[in-house]
Design a protein around this ligand. Sequence first.
Ligand SMILES: [Zn+2]
Length: 413
Amino acid sequence: MWTVLIVASIALASAEPVTFHGDKVFRAVPQNDEHVELIKSLASYTKLDFWLPDSELLLEVGKAADFRAGYDVAYDIQALFVQNNLPYEIMIDDLQVAMERQLNNNIRSGHSYEKYNELETIYAWSANIAAQNPDLVSRSQIGTSFEGRPIYLLKVGKPGANKNAVFIDCGFHAREWVSPAFCQWFVKEAVNSYGSDAEFTNLLDNLDFYVLPVLNVDGYKYSWTSDRMWRKTRSVNQNTFCTGTDPNRNFAANWGTNGATSSPCSEVYCGTIPESESETRALGDFIRSNLSSIKAYLTVHSYSQMLLFPYSYKHAPAKDYDELMSLAEGAVNALSSLYGTVYTYGPGGKTIYLSSGGSDDWAYDTGIKYSFTFELRDTGKYGFVLPESEIKETCEETMLAVKYISNHVLNNA
Ligand SMILES: [Zn+2]
């Protein structure tokens, strides 16, 4: 029995990456409950990969649903939608082609801020940037992933006593590749701006920034080697062949309720207990032990161009709603000022949908008032396969929002 399992897992581990030839990404907008049920029933008998919302559980009348379907079922789905007057469009006609086109930077080897870097490249980059800027950047390991990989954190700022801190993490969901790209960009900007840009220098003199470039290191690695569309962690679940937990359903924020499931095969599986994952536990432990200094928590995802704040697990407003709303508005205005990118903003539960176990809600309830989730570019033209040629603009505009929030923290926390 064990031999069979071991042989099977070795075969899986050495398998060629999943390909997506002919796979289509649909955007359907259910107009009534029957339409919602139609999409849910489709999802129950064929593999639909939900891009937005995160799962068929979160479908709502009038709200767009983006999902990937295999080429073998795509035409049947179109026929069914036409037959039922369900409005839809095809956002991506061939995902394999879009995936190959997203790697459109000519530089392919080594590290670049304008390409998607593999995990080992990000590891090496984080060691180098700390070594080259010892007065501004230091690297520590805050934990180890399920598969044994280090989870590194960079502390960015001029050493000083009693400094408040802003915590920024990237790479919760493996396939959201532009997210780790932003964390790398942020550190580069800090290093390049210190001493030359008055605003950023002031921020670095008076605040520390904890930057976690990739939280879900196993998932990120897997999204490069095996399945570009992987989302969850890579932990092994009991009594099932389905792997992984959704790290952003795995925190103690009304855990295991709205918009999450206890089914390990779901993309929004909440895990066995809050912080069941090595990765979320490492993050939770670090923040709990530095709670006196961390005044802001920013978690970076993609896609949909949104800036969200608590709560996502309930409709009731957070007690700091007014301040968070005006801060979000200011941050989004700053972001949009550069390239006109349109963002929506507000509390997660009202702005998108109710979901529980998110790290932003957990951080807020733990005592970090300025808690935000960024959903970076785009709004679905490319979705998770945003071309590398958009990394620069995405990061530049996001920097403006992060700096806006950081200035507010500096002046108010
Ligand atoms: Zn995400």
